[in-house]
Design a protein around this ligand. Sequence first.
Ligand code: CA
Length: 485
Amino acid sequence: MATLTFGQKSDLGRVRKMNQDSVAALTADELDRCADALFIVADGMGGRSGGEVASRVTVETIPQIVKQEMAQLNGAADAQGMAAVLREGITAANDAVWNQARSNPELRGMGTTCVGLLIKGSTAAICNVGDSRAYLLRGGELAQVTSDHSLVQEHVLSGELTEEEARASRYRNVITRGIGLTNTVTPDLDAFVLTEGDTLLLCSDGLTNMLTDREIGEIIAKEPDAQRACDQLVEAANANGGKDNITAIVIRYGRFTPTALARPNGHQQTPAPQPQIVYQRAHGSPWKAVVWTTIIYLLLAGIGAAYLYQNYGGWPELTARKRPETPKSKPEPQPKSPEPSKPNYDQPIQLTELQFQGQPLVSDGSMGVIGVDITGHTVHVTRGGTAKIGKLAPSTPTSPIESSWASDRAGNKYIAQRSKGTIVVLNPDDIQIATFSSDRLSHPDSIAVNAAGDIFVIDQHKLKLITRNRSPKKTGDVNPRDAFN
Ligand code: CA
């Protein structure tokens, strides 16, 4: 067989504090000579240490299974058999990550992508879950040989997004399949015959989001040394921003001759089988999802408010504040005008001399707003410009940078703390009256509160509802600490 050489590099990048990518490269000796080489790149996700654990467990589990299964086949594995062995490896990795995520609350929600390449003789088998990629450079042409399981890739395939738009999309990190996210996973499997001079590249999206296929192709087509090619890829991704962890393995089969890259864009995307959504349930365009979320939110808010108003004759209050005035009579139905009326606005005026941080700024559920001033104190400002500075010390863990805020009409503040995975509720005097840190929350992002006091939260791309407990234990006297379930 032709000689195999390879290089590998995994880099933190220039923005992240932790490298959640993992890499494995095993030679024939390390595989007990059951195959010639096995390469894996896994890109973990999930808060705290979760992503790191998921990717590490995956690159440790797959080689064990590959050795075991290949030994059972007694060296008689054909391309199909090798692909089946990789599938076994992925299944075992999924079980291992899923079970750890379920048994350890710290690791809940973790998952990882995985792209693997098993070589025996001139046969190469490939497995893929998620948006890490494998590329083949042959005869000066670079082709992506895996299909991303990502939301944007689905939209590229359906013609809703161009490749360029997909690269710029804020949804580009949303994967539709991953290891450890559910109890089963279906990898894409492929196998092909290598020819002398082939170069293969396995990489995480920290490389492909920073470099175009053209840029990647030019580096690996020019640099004969596999390790130096990896170093140059990582260096180039860092030079373009290094916004994520960057991992690359370059594999050379036989004697390589540097060439010029053949076509302006040698990227050939084979149509993927219908992707199976497991991680992100939003079908259709993200905008459709946003519109539907808004409609559902408004409906829920309306139903909740109507129910409360009918049953308890008023709005719930978390604190003993004056009930807001409610309209006494229904407004007269307006005759339908043929033209929608356009609102008139005045010029902006400055409400107060206080200086505010850039965010957050949320409605207080009534006529005013709540913000945070530059000293880190909460400020409630009425429409008339009267400001009330809260007691919340700047050191409290509610930094607006890493949190999302909402408020209800009683002036209570709801703060989702992304990195801590918690939601806290503060009353108008900044006293903490409720906190949520259940194992059902991992990275609460955006938060909203409806008229009935229910909390909506986007947690790792999923919309969750925390219903406010409305059972009237003692009529007219709701203990705020018991107000939520
Ligand atoms: Ca990544």
